[in-house]
Design a protein around this ligand. Structure first.
Ligand code: NAD
Length: 196
């Protein structure tokens, strides 16, 4: 995919994988909406990347209105949306039965599901809606990728097939694959999930 002049929403863009992906997109001439809970870090990165090419939107991916505001910021602020990179996620560690016989808190598990699973789907559906309105150029489709992809990835993305001219899924089953090398292969519209 051509990154130059493309517009991308990067969830979890204030830190880690998301921040690295955002830097790479801007270096390649694209523009990014950093959608993250962390205002201070997100705004600092947006300043570093430059206000013409980046903006921060305080976003909770698991909240419908908040997620929509991030997608809307791309469309209204940068003129459209060409890609979504889902890096927002949490991974709190608890044992099912801990040292002092403490039971894994159900609330912790529910929060992980809400952010990592529900939040990712929430972003995908809203981004798919925005991207389905793009004027077609060349090959238009979905590129689904996960570092630890399997057949379920394909099944999970199938509901989105109808919204696009072409529906292309590549599954990368290679652990530790560089995010940057994946982004270079993207098609016109893409949905990329760092979570697994
Ligand atoms: N780093 C790795 O090698 C690796 C490997 C496999 C999976 N992962 C997973 O990928 C994801 C990103 O990893 P990372 O290393 O960049 O982590 P990270 O903690 O550096 O970044 C995650 C970002 O997501 C944001 N976030 C958390 N909840 C959010 C929410 N509800 N809405 C919006 N933003 C939210 C955080 O504020 C943070 O900036 C995590 O879920 C992680 O478990 C990471």
């Amino acid at each position: 995919m051509k990154i130059e002049n493309g517009v991308f929403v990067v969830t979890g863009g204030a830190s880690g994988l998301g921040a690295g992906t955002a830097r790479m997109i801007v270096e390649a001439g694209g523009r990014v909406v950093l959608a993250d809970l962390q205002r201070e870090a997100g705004e600092a990165l947006a300043r570093e990347l430059g206000t013409v090419q980046a903006c921060f939107v305080e976003t909770d991916v698991s909240n419908e209105e908040s997620a929509k505001a991030a997608i809307d910021a791309a469309v209204s602020g940068f003129g459209g949306l060409n890609g979504l990179i889902n890096c927002a996620g949490i991974a709190p560690a608890e044992k099912v039965i801990g040292k002092d016989n403490a039971i894994h808190r159900l609330a912790t598990f529910q929060k992980v599901i809400n952010v990592n699973l529900v939040g990712t789907f929430n972003m995908i559906r809203l981004a798919a809606d925005a991207m389905s309105r793009n004027a077609p150029y060349g090959k238009r489709g979905i590129h689904g990728a996960t570092a630890f992809g399997n057949d379920n990835t394909l099944k999970n993305l199938n509901p989105f097939a109808g919204a696009f001219d072409n529906f292309n899924i590549d599954i990368y089953g290679i652990p530790n694959l560089e995010v940057g090398s994946l982004v270079g292969n993207f098609l016109h519209c893409l949905i990329f999930n760092c979570l697994n």
